[in-house]
Design a protein around this ligand. Sequence first.
Ligand code: UTP
Length: 293
Amino acid sequence: MSKRIRKAVFPVAGLGTRFLPATKAVPKEMMTVVDRPALQYVVDEAKAAGIEHFIFVTGRGKEVIENHFDMAFELESTLAARNKKEALELLKAERPGAGTTSFTRQQEPLGLGHAVWCARDIVGDEPFAVLLPDMLMKHHTPCLKSMVEAYATTGGNILSLEECDPSMTHQYGVVATGKTISEDVFEVTGMVEKPKPSEAPSNLFISGRYILQPKIFELLANQEKGAGGEIQLTDSMLRLAKEDPFYGVRFRGTTYDTGTKLGFLQANVAYALDRKDIHADIAGELSAIIAKG
Ligand code: UTP
């Protein structure tokens, strides 16, 4: 039987250059979507998938992330003294329990593969999840939950997959698929980084959630720099695929890349419209803004 997925790695050490100057002093993962940091949504997704330990690979200037997931003792005691029960309950519900978070520093932003490798000692010898915190994946069934469920049947390694317009494959890591395991679960037989549309094996791309076997750490340890001069996770996954199967789970929801200006604004609108408490106000205000041009 496959080992349970208990730990998740959140690589949050990137520079966020596509969202400057906002990310000069504020980590992009802490940019607010409606009323919580983008990273909080992704941690909630991991919790909903049964993750018990949250590992953050951070860097300089990202201390605010550690503070966000800690108990704010003065704030909580002030809220308690003022009988602000609702706010207090909200903070308590969203805070991971004592001893369930770990923080390590990447030191240099050498790429996603390197960031994941930095978590090796904290993950240890067990399969684990990786969630890219700037990708908000919105669906009634959390993406990682579907992947954990598929993993219970398949074992191996699992990637979240999404369909792109076939003319856009050059922007993504695209997979070749083999046998269909169930409606949205496929064997992955190949991965190509940013193929031209004419050379792409499909229009299914890897979209920001992974379940990986710990063997990946050995491969990452001696991984050469790849595209963009960075240590790429995909390069080590390709090597891992030679000895351990990969499967893909098709995500049927909507993904927002909050690391880009457009994706960030789209996420704010979509998540705000999804909130019962503010839906009507937001919908009305948006219509008014559009009408004014
Ligand atoms: P991105 O490539 O989207 O993040 O990596 P980035 O490098 O911060 O973005 P730009 O291109 O400069 O705007 C996806 C995730 O991996 C993390 C990022 O923080 C982001 O959450 N990452 C990336 C690291 O932790 N370390 C790295 O060396 C690179």
